[in-house]
Design a binder for this molecule. Sequence first.
Ligand code: BES
Ligand code: MN
Ligand code: ZN
Length: 483
Amino acid sequence: MQVSFTRSAPVDTHADTVAIGVFDGKGVAHDTPGGELQALLDSGEAKTKFKHLAVTHAEGKRWIVAGLGDGERFDGERARVIAALAGERARELGAEELCWELPHDSDDHVAGGFVEGTVLGAYTFDRYKAKDPTNGGGIKKLCVSDHDDRAQTIAAAGIVAHATNAARDLQNVPANDMTPHALAARARELAGSEQGVSCEVMGRDEIVAAGMGMFGAVAQGTYAEPQLITLRYEGPDPDPAHPTLGLVGKAVTFDAGGISLKPALKMSEMKFDMSGGAAVIETIGAIARLALPLRVIGVVGATENLPSGRSMKPGDIVRAADGTSVEIINTDAEGRLVLGDCLVHARNQGAERLVDIATLTGGCVVALGSVHAGLMANDEDWAKAVDAAARASGELAWRLPLHEDYDEAIKSRYADIMNAVEDRKAAPITAAQFLARFAGDTPWAHLDIAGTAWNSGKPYSGKGGNGFGVRLMVELARSMAAR
Ligand code: BES
Ligand code: MN
Ligand code: ZN
């Protein structure tokens, strides 16, 4: 979808469909010359109640009057929701060019929210289906109209929303096609097309030779070549005082559990176990397109986790990149093995602030559902920065504690630490406590997105992969560039 901004009134644009919101207790800000919109409200057919939609025709266009509800409660999230709902209605009615009239005095989050909701809501994933002749292609152009110049905000929101949809594609493509190699190809493609981005990829032999024994152990069970993808972004005139941001993503392209095999129910969803890595790759794409003035390193650990005659076994002891010996208690706790070595790699590559993002534990789904990601951190200021980005972007995260007492739970009888605990106590936390060891003294935050990465039920991205983390991490990068 092409996204643009205009200071013209919607009536003067090429759009075939205009969407215009109304708050409780307010009338329409700019009516059609014939007063059709206010008439629709006065008749009761249009309502200001949040999410209510009504349609009329005037001036050769279709007009959607959208209820925005209480003006005090209206925020970026509500903008995304109403934009997705109005966009869906517009599409059903055959719209190809939609114009949103921004409510007066919208802040940037609200303005961007209308774009994000429209672009995310229009996402489809049907490349594996036979062509449906009744499917008319949908909205091709979105323009946003406002009195004030919002061109930058609108363009930026379009970039972030399209990057999010690109991450959704990576998530939704099944594991037979979205192999570690395919993820690396996408990272290389971004390096080829975006200013300031470069990419290096290590395969099995290099991963093992670099001493990443945890990553190597997960990858040894599959024929698929593992890929350690390192993306680098060097923005225009980065302030040398700004720390280098390191984004580390878990990309297990299929997690069968390994020898500690998962049950069959919903195992197909484990194609989404690469969601963290997908978010890191497309976040770096978005940061580059936004030309943010900072340095970012993206590290994505991509492999399958399968049972075979070569798989790691419960009881095996492997050595991490930093020399730590690790006993494998459960081969299904593979994410922390991959990420631990990736965190060490990111620090060696110069990352000075770390965020890792991973579909790490089923326990996080139980604890927080699909509303909040789990957030755990070793540094208060950094945790606050990540939480602020989460709130600003609407990709919410809720803090869970870390504490040295949890280290007791992952002490091994035979090695320095073990990768899982037999009981299920504090599963998201013990997983993070394992990772904390590899983050060392670098400020680090861990996002467990096991519950938020797919089927989150949001009106704008509820089904399948939703690209969770792209908006949050772009916002975090922005806040670092602004400082
Ligand atoms: N990828 C899974 C976590 C997961 C489960 C994400 C369900 C989304 C939905 C992860 O690799 C895993 O298997 N974790 C185990 C860890 C346990 C063995 C310590 C889990 O959470 O059960
Ligand atoms: Mn697993
Ligand atoms: Zn996993």
